[in-house]
Design a protein around this ligand. Structure first.
Ligand SMILES: N[C@@H](CCC(=O)N[C@@H](CS)C(=O)NCC(=O)O)C(=O)O
Length: 288
C-alpha cells in the first residue's frame, strides 16, 4: 500500500483554516478531525510512519482535499486502497484563494495534480478515480470490459446526479456546509420551509438507496462483485454523512459499510475517521 503524506493547514479539520497550508505533516484519520494536526508524519494505509526528521519525498501525485468531506474521502480512500504514492494538501479555507482558483476555477476539492493532465489538474471525485484507474491499469477497481465498466459508471453517475443531491440537502444544514444556490436552504425562506425541504430530501433518500442494493449489487457483496469497485468507494463514503442526521440506514447498508471497511482496512478507516470526527464535533456542538 502507498504512503500518503499530508501537508496540512496545521489546524483542526473542524475549523476553517484562515492561513495558507503550512508544510507540516498531519496525523491521518481518526483523531485528526478532533485535534490540531500534530507535526508528526502520518501513518498511511501501509501502516508505515514516515520519519519526522526526513523531508517528505516529492510525490508525483498530489491531492488537495478537505478532511470533513465525503467527496474527498472517496478519493483519499481510493488512493490508499490502490496503493498509489501520493501527497495530500489540506485545502481548508484555501479553495477560493486566487492561487487555487487560478488552477481550478471551480474551486472544488478533491483536486489532483498529476503530470500529463492537459491542464495540470483534475477535479470531480469519480473522474479522478476513473483517470487514476485507467492510468495505472487498476482493473480490480474499474473493470475494462465495456459492459462491466458501464455498470460502475452508471452507479457513479446515478449517485452524483440523484442520490448525492438528496444527501446534501438532507445533511448540509446539520453539517454547517453551504447550501446550493437556488435551493430553499440557501434562501431567506422561513425556517419552517427550510425544515420541510430538508425533511423531503431525507424522505427521498430511501428510493435510490434501495436501487443501489437491489439493482447494482444484485445479491453480490459489492457493486463491483466480490471486491469493492470505485462505485462502492463512492457509495460507502457518501453514506457516512447520513450519521449526522441519525438516518436509519437499512440493515443491508450497515452491513455493506462494515464490509467495505473490513475489506479496505486502514485505507478506508483513516479518511472515514476524519469525516466521523467532524460529524462527532458537529453533533457535540449541537448538543452543547
Ligand atoms: N461532485 C464533486 C463535488 C465536490 C465538492 O462539492 N467539493 C466541496 C467539498 S464537499 C468543495 O471543495 N467546496 C469548496 C468550495 O466550493 O470552495 C465531487 O464529487 O468531487
Amino acid at each position: 500500500m502507498a504512503k500518503a503524506v499530508t501537508k496540512s493547514a496545521g489546524k483542526p479539520a473542524t475549523k476553517p483554516a484562515s492561513k495558507p497550508a503550512a508544510k507540516t505533516a498531519a496525523k491521518p484519520a481518526a483523531k485528526a478531525a478532533a485535534k490540531p494536526a500534530a507535526k508528526t508524519a502520518p501513518k498511511a494505509a501501509a501502516g508505515k510512519t514516515a520519519s519526522k526528521a526526513k523531508p517528505a519525498k516529492k510525490q508525483a501525485l498530489t491531492i488537495s482535499m478537505l478532511k470533513p468531506s465525503v467527496n474527498n474521502m472517496t478519493v483519499r480512500v481510493f488512493a490508499r486502497a490502490a496503493g498509489l504514492d501520493h501527497a495530500e494538501t489540506d485545502a481548508w479555507g484555501q479553495t477560493r484563494s486566487p492561487e487555487y482558483m487560478a488552477r481550478n476555477p471551480a474551486h472544488l476539492t478533491p483536486m489532483i495534480e498529476d503530470k500529463g493532465l492537459p491542464r495540470g489538474v483534475l477535479w470531480e471525485s469519480c473522474a479522478i478515480m476513473q483517470y487514476l484507474s485507467n492510468k495505472h491499469g487498476l482493473e480490480k477497481f474499474y473493470p475494462k470490459a465495456p459492459a462491466k465498466r458501464a455498470m460502475i459508471d452508471s452507479a457513479m453517475f446515478y449517485l452524483i446526479g440523484t442520490l448525492y443531491p438528496y444527501v446534501a440537502r438532507a445533511t448540509y444544514p446539520a453539517l454547517g456546509f453551504p447550501q446550493y444556490a437556488g435551493e430553499v436552504g440557501h434562501s431567506d425562506a422561513h425556517p419552517e420551509r427550510k425544515s420541510e425541504a430538508q425533511k423531503a430530501a431525507v424522505a427521498a433518500i430511501a428510493e435510490p438507496l434501495e436501487v443501489f442494493h437491489s439493482f447494482f449489487r444484485n445479491g453480490k457483496p459489492f457493486i463491483g462483485g466480490k471486491n469493492p469497485s470505485i462505485a462502492d468507494i463512492r457509495l460507502a463514503a457518501t453514506l457516512e454523512f447520513l450519521a449526522v442526521i441519525n438516518y436509519a440506514l437499512p440493515k443491508w447498508a450497515k452491513e455493506y459499510m462494515a464490509a467495505m471497511e473490513k475489506k479496505l482496512g486502514k485505507a478506508y478507516a483513516g479518511p472515514a475517521g476524519d469525516v466521523r470526527g467532524y460529524i462527532a464535533h458537529v453533533k457535540s456542538q449541537a448538543n452543547a
